[in-house]
Design a binder for this molecule. Structure first.
Ligand code: GLP
Length: 252
């Protein structure tokens, strides 16, 4: 696991964008695994800037991690709408090459199976991840067991609380989602997990240190050979404290 710590989210996002740019430029048919949430927004802004300076997405396929159940693609808080707003409308990616689970499907089991086919048919070259305050990736929540493939998940109460900030007061916040499973995430050739802000510090430390465990879904990333955590100093707070303690211990 590589850990890169930056002074702030902006410089971390520029670093992540440069890695994604390299993948886009170096492969004939790159497949990007994309995430939503507030964390990757500066990364998408940077990619849009690269596009304005000539980076083409015409040969790119994108596969998103997840979508709320019950929200149509046109709902302003759906992840379909998020991706359109922050990336797709600004670049030349082909709409038929952007994949996001359909949270409004009438048969959710069939939609999960369809999405697993999409992932199988488009092996992901680089997967972008955020992390929930409880250590979830995609919407793979801490639980007594973790799931390999695309599935419907009941969101944890801390996730619903965290995501409620994006909804209008009084508006129903979704309690279920469709998410890519952990095997699908781990099959990506390269993974970049972005975490910014002190509220992510504990989730990051739980992912990086200790055993792989279901109480910290992001800890499964320890099993992957090419993962980079891109952190600001606030999200890296516990990592830095541990490194300092180790350094002063070995200096004694
Ligand atoms: C949601 C998404 C995750 C994301 C997480 C953190 O739950 N499903 O993919 O990583 O939120 O969101 P934020 O980046 O806004 O903190």
């Amino acid at each position: 696991m590589n850990i890169r710590i930056f002074p702030d989210s902006q410089t971390g996002s520029v670093y992540a964008a440069a890695i994604v740019e390299y993948v886009i430029k170096s492969l004939p048919s790159p497949v990007l695994g994309l995430a939503t949430g507030s964390t990757p927004i500066p990364l998408y802004e940077e990619l849009v800037r690269f596009h304005k300076r000539g980076l083409s997405f015409a040969h790119v396929t994108t596969i998103n991690l997840d979508e709320y159940v019950g929200l149509s693609a046109s709902h302003p808080q759906s992840y379909h709408h998020f991706m359109y707003r922050h990336l797709f409308q600004h670049v030349d990616v082909r709409p038929d090459r952007t994949f996001i689970p359909d949270g409004s499907a009438s048969d959710l089991a069939a939609e999960c199976a369809r999405y697993d086919d999409v992932i199988r048919n488009h092996p992901i070259d680089i997967q972008i991840l955020g992390i929930g305050v409880n250590g979830h990736i995609g919407f793979n929540e801490p639980d007594s067991a973790l799931k390999a493939h695309t599935h419907v998940v009941r969101l944890a109460k801390e996730t619903i609380a965290a995501n409620s900030r994006f909804f209008k007061p009084g508006e129903a916040v979704p309690v279920e989602a469709i998410t890519m499973g952990l095997q699908s995430i781990l099959l990506a050739k390269q993974i970049l997990l972005l975490a910014f802000g002190e509220e992510k510090a504990e989730a990051v430390a739980n992912a990086v240190y200790g055993d792989v465990r279901t109480s910290s879904p992001a800890s499964v990333l320890q099993l992957h050979p090419n993962v980079t955590f891109v952190l600001d100093e606030a999200a890296a707070k516990l990592v830095l404290e541990r490194e300092q303690a180790q350094a002063s211990g070995s200096a004694r």
